[in-house]
Write a new protein. Structure first.
Lengths: 137, 382
């Protein structure tokens, strides 16, 4: 049985992927996602971990028809850069939405979803994806 | 620092060569370059390559290629910066001669991309992006660039047909280039209606997948005239990096690494953009073809598509951009491309370029790794 996804690596990266955990500089306030150990704005190493809100809007997006090896079952896939209300941007898959309904400015919120799996017997990768916020919710 | 000159050049045609591997392709280019310097020996080898390891299961590439091309057990190593490996190889080779460590160095670039179907090669190419936070989601390198293309079109109000002007120009130039992978013309209509890969990027917006190898010989001033009748000086080099996670950048519509690398190169060569006669820039996708010219200081943000439609940057203009046909039509054997570009500019300046000719004194080559993550700029002077 081959192993395409690393178990230690998946475990190590679980907080940014499952919780949208970022780092925040206690010195200058800059938020970094993915999280860091040294602030790239002021150079401080006094950083704390925070969980981002997961609420934001689509800044740009693409509908990918020609997919990578292992993603055939999910095609076409919508990817977006989402600007969260904290002012920081993240890249993720959009879910629970038709490609033709996606537009720049669409309001979205983070949900935890499956991203890919290592065959029928292997590791399942999960992470934050974004879905549209329904009107009135 | 000492002056460094391009004294020898060897290129292979770019295409699908099932009968040639990394060694055979590299040897073909290297032997041509050695013939170009009258059979003299080189003292070291730097090779640019992206996927020998991920697709070819091969590391220690420098040593293998030096051996197979008959260079002996000279100092040899690979440098990697994804699709910008070639530019970084030139930068490294330059530093080896400028520093005084060597007098005659070969800079090579080689890539094999045709051993597997697209879905697997794409996975290799996507390693130019953030493995843990971009590739992780399955986004292809094309998908990543599509995010930028949409933003560019939306921000500046550029239509699909206006974007298509770039591939049309690239193919027109490549139709005269004997090394080009796609030496045929295309129309705006063909580009705009080609297959969608990652909306809005279509097949004819994207550089093709192909194999190729290029080799340069660089020499110090002491050896330059002995090895070549037409040595071309490397007058300026610059290299810069940026956040790999593109969502972390402030502005998706400029590549800071291009701006920073070119500033250093312009200053070192003591030239301004207005003095450049010929440019070979890294148009992996249509949108980059336009953005690169803006970042390099040749045109205003968002105005480049219209300017090209009006004839700017075409053969005959100063600067002439991508007379080779660029990555789009000359081709993009990823790790080798940066070496092709410097070779092409050097051939233009020394007067023996076999395609669209540009009469000029000063040329610029720009090579990008990832989506503007590592950028090198090389300025050459006759």
């Amino acid at each position: 049985m081959s192993m395409r996804f690393s178990i230690p690596r998946t475990w190590r990266e679980r907080r940014p992927h499952y919780l949208l955990e970022a780092s925040k500089c206690k010195n200058c306030g800059k938020i970094h996602y993915p999280p860091r150990i040294k602030c790239d704005k002021c150079g401080s190493r006094d950083l704390e971990r925070i969980r981002l809100s997961g609420e934001g809007k689509v800044v740009t997006y693409t509908v990918q028809y020609v997919v990578l090896d292992g993603f055939r079952d999910y095609a076409p896939i919508v990817y977006a850069i989402v600007e969260l209300k904290e002012g920081i941007k993240v890249l993720a898959t959009l879910t629970d939405v038709k490609p033709e309904d996606v537009k720049i400015g669409l309001k979205v919120k983070a949900v935890l979803r499956k991203v890919s799996e290592d065959g029928k017997l292997g590791l399942i990768r999960y992470a934050i994806k974004f879905k549209p916020i329904e009107a009135g919710s | 620092m000492r002056k460094v000159y391009v004294v020898g050049i060897g290129l292979t045609k770019i295409g699908r060569f099932f009968d040639k591997g990394l060694r055979e392709l590299f040897a073909e280019a290297a032997i041509k370059a050695l013939d170009d310097i009258g059979g003299e020996k080189v003292q070291a080898l730097v090779v640019g390559n992206m996927m020998s390891s991920s697709l070819g299961e091969q590391n220690n590439l420098g040593a293998i290629l030096a051996d197979y091309a008959g260079l002996g057990g000279i100092p040899a190593f690979k440098v990697e910066a994804a699709c910008g490996s070639g530019g970084v190889a030139v930068y490294t080779g330059y530093s080896l001669v400028a520093s005084g460590l060597f007098d005659i160095v070969m800079v090579g670039g080689v890539e094999k991309q045709t051993e597997y179907p697209t879905r697997i090669v794409s996975k290799g190419l996507a390693q130019a992006s953030d493995a843990e936070y971009e590739l992780f989601y399955g986004i292809s390198f094309t998908g990543l660039n599509a995010l930028v293309m949409r933003k560019y079109m939306e921000t500046y109000g550029i239509s699909r047909d206006e974007m298509s002007v770039w591939p049309v120009l690239m193919h027109k130039n490549a139709s005269k280039n004997p090394y080009a992978q796609l030496p045929f013309e295309v129309t705006i209509e063909q580009v705009s209606n080609s297959m969608l890969i990652a909306d809005p990027i279509r097949l004819l917006d994207s550089s093709p997948i192909g194999d190729g190898a290029a080799a340069l010989v660089l020499a110090s001033e002491k050896y330059a005239r002995k090895l070549s009748d037409t040595p071309v000086e490397i007058a300026g080099v610059g290299l810069a990096t940026d956040h790999i996670y593109i969502a972390y950048r402030d502005d998706l519509l400029k590549l800071k690494a291009t701006i920073n690398a070119s500033k250093v190169a312009y200053r070192m060569a003591k030239v301004e953009p207005s003095q450049i006669d010929v440019v070979e820039e890294h148009d992996a996708f249509t949108v980059l073809g336009y953005m690169n010219l803006e970042d390099l200081g040749f045109s205003e943000r968002g105005k480049t598509p219209k300017e090209i439609a009006e004839g700017r940057f075409h053969p005959g203009d100063k600067p002439t951009v991508n007379p080779s046909g660029g990555l789009k039509a000359r081709g993009h054997p990823v790790g080798a491309t940066g070496v092709y570009q410097v070779a092409e500019v050097a051939m233009q300046l020394r007067g023996d370029y076999p395609g669209v000719k540009v009469n000029g004194e000063i040329g610029l080559a720009q090579s990008i790794g990832g989506l503007g993550t590592t950028v090198s700029v090389t300025i050459l002077r006759r």
